[in-house]
Design a protein around this ligand. Structure first.
Ligand code: FDA
Length: 412
């Protein structure tokens, strides 16, 4: 494995002569790799540590193996955080064009798939190789797998007990990611370390995650598995309404697809999502359409929605076979209003095993937005997903990993 060096013999020494680094970075995922490489290029002596046998598993599996590594339309509005302004500084200093430049430097082909989402043409593996090459060029010492067993404050800096012995460092960068997909190395280490140093944490929760539905309540729609359509979907979040226009997919267990994943990051237990199934059909046009209309309700709704969905919705009203012309304006208005903001109540999420990311994390109020350093613990930095900054679906989470990593590297 490139950079996976054996413990240098010159470092094997007594506690008073521990190997000393300018920065120890814990976590060799997207954020940790880029931060290590950039700090190494700035002449810093960097140790990069990761407990997992394989490097950057999430880059490898992301985007169906092609890694949606950024989004051309990245803006602060695409991120969820206790402080929506926090991400601005880092995003403005290392944006999509910077990571694109890195791919170009390594001759990695990429393409835009949809809505500004950039994917590698061939394989995410190429991006991992590029990051490892950058680390090697920056003379980063990379120990992997190597567990971190303890961290202690030591004036100045920190002492870190690793599976290969103690090291000391001026700066400690925590890039251990979130809790999603524990089967490939996710751990709560970053949150535990924050607690050890007295930093506040916004409770982590699964985000970009499929939502679960009560099987009994969902039974009338279970046969719609495979139906998909683009919808506007709304979620109430704190004191505002969050809207997405995305594809919705019916499954035999409930709803899925990008519309649900995006909404899940904002969804609060017990609150319904509202889905506009009437698309561009206005209330007035819907009522107007009854004039001389011999179609049934289900037949008319099928003009706007997939037929199976139209029939399932109309079956709920008990009026599926009634002719449009026979409805009162009031009855049609009531139906339009129901389907224009069709309420669906999730019973929960499918949890950490299915979540793409973790919302919540190290509270941004405790961190500097320009250096990602804990304001009350000089030298302790948190970058990437472990921080309370969560991107939408579509390449934003990797962009946050790159941007926060670069901002931190500048400060090391
Ligand atoms: P990341 O999780 O990448 O790295 C953390 C590293 O820390 C890991 O290598 C881990 O082993 C290590 N670590 C953890 N605990 C440790 C400990 N105790 N000691 C030492 N090391 C430790 N985003 C996006 O923008 N586009 C996409 O296409 C996708 N697709 C996608 C698919 C799937 C299935 C998932 C699960 C996630 C995505 N994401 C995504 C999200 C994206 O993968 C994620 O936001 C970034 O990888 C976060 O980068 P970090 O470096 O912060 O954490």
């Amino acid at each position: 494995m490139p950079g996976s060096l054996a413990f240098p013999t010159t470092f094997r020494s007594s506690a008073s002569h521990q190997p000393r680094f300018d920065a120890v970075i814990i976590g060799a995922g997207a954020a940790g790799l880029l931060c290590a490489a950039l700090a190494g290029h700035r002449g810093r002596r960097v140790l990069l540590l990761d407990h997992w046998p394989k490097v950057a598993e999430k880059i490898r599996i992301s985007g169906g193996g092609r890694c949606n590594f950024t989004n051309l339309h990245t803006r602060p509005e695409n991120f969820l955080s206790g402080n929506p302004h926090f991400c601005k500084s880092a995003l403005s200093r290392y944006g999509p064009q910077d990571i694109i430049a890195l791919l170009r430097k390594h001759r990695i082909g990429f393409h835009e798939k949809h809505k500004g989402q950039l994917f590698c043409d061939d394989s995410a593996e190429q991006l991992i190789t590029a990051l490892l090459e950058e680390c090697a060029a920056g003379q980063v010492t990379h120990w992997q797998p190597c567990a971190v067993e303890a961290v202690e404050a030591a004036a100045p800096g920190f002492r870190v007990r690793t599976a290969k012995g103690w090291v000391s460092t001026d700066a400690l960068v925590v890039a251990t990611g979130g809790l999603s997909i524990p089967q490939i190395g996710a751990s709560p280490f970053g949150y535990q370390l924050a607690e050890q140093f007295g930093l506040p944490i916004v409770p982590p929760r699964p985000a970009l995650v499929p939502l679960a539905f009560d099987p009994a309540l969902w039974a009338p729609f279970a046969d719609l598995s495979g139906v998909s359509l683009e919808v506007d979907i709304q979620t109430d979040y704190e004191h505002r309404t969050v809207n997405f226009r995305e594809d919705l997919l019916f499954t035999h267990r409930g709803l899925s697809g990008p519309a649900i994943l995006q909404s899940s990051s904002y969804w609060q237990a017990g609150k319904p999502l509202r889905i506009n199934l009437m698309g561009e059909v206005s209330e007035a046009a819907w009522i107007q359409s009854k004039q001389g209309n011999r179609r049934t309700l289900a037949g008319e709704l099928s003009q706007h929605l997939p037929q199976r969905l139209a029939h399932a919705l109309c079956a709920q009203t008990g009026d599926a076979d009634r002719r449009m012309a026979d409805f009162s304006d009031k009855a049609l208005r009531t139906l339009w209003q129901h389907w224009h903001a069709w309420p669906v109540l999730p019973s929960g999420t499918l949890g950490w095993r299915k979540a793409e990311v973790t919302a919540g994390g190290i509270d941004t109020r405790a961190l500097s937005s320009s250096t990602l350093m804990a304001m009350d613990v000089p030298g302790l930095h948190f970058i990437g997903e472990v921080v309370d900054v969560t991107g939408w679906l579509g390449g934003y989470n990797f962009q946050w990993a790159w941007s926060s990593a670069a901002a931190c590297a500048q400060a090391l």
